[in-house]
Design a protein around this ligand. Structure first.
Ligand SMILES: [Zn+2]
Length: 59
């Protein structure tokens, strides 16, 4: 099998503690990737920033 991150051939047996990745680094990259997407989602471009409503302001 191949590492999903770097695409290098990797050991898919139980002897490879990082499978399906080739090493700890690739496993962390994958983990950080989906964590990052999760954290980025609320500030994604196009998402409106909440601001005080004009009705709440008194001039
Ligand atoms: Zn890798």
């Amino acid at each position: 099998m191949r590492c999903p991150i770097c695409k290098k051939p990797t050991d898919g047996s139980a002897a490879n503690r990082w499978r399906p990745f080739c090493c700890e680094r690739c496993r962390l990259i994958d983990f950080g990737r989906w964590m990052g997407e999760d954290y980025r989602a609320p500030d994604a471009p196009g998402e409106r920033v909440r601001e005080p409503r004009p009705a709440d302001r008194k001039d």
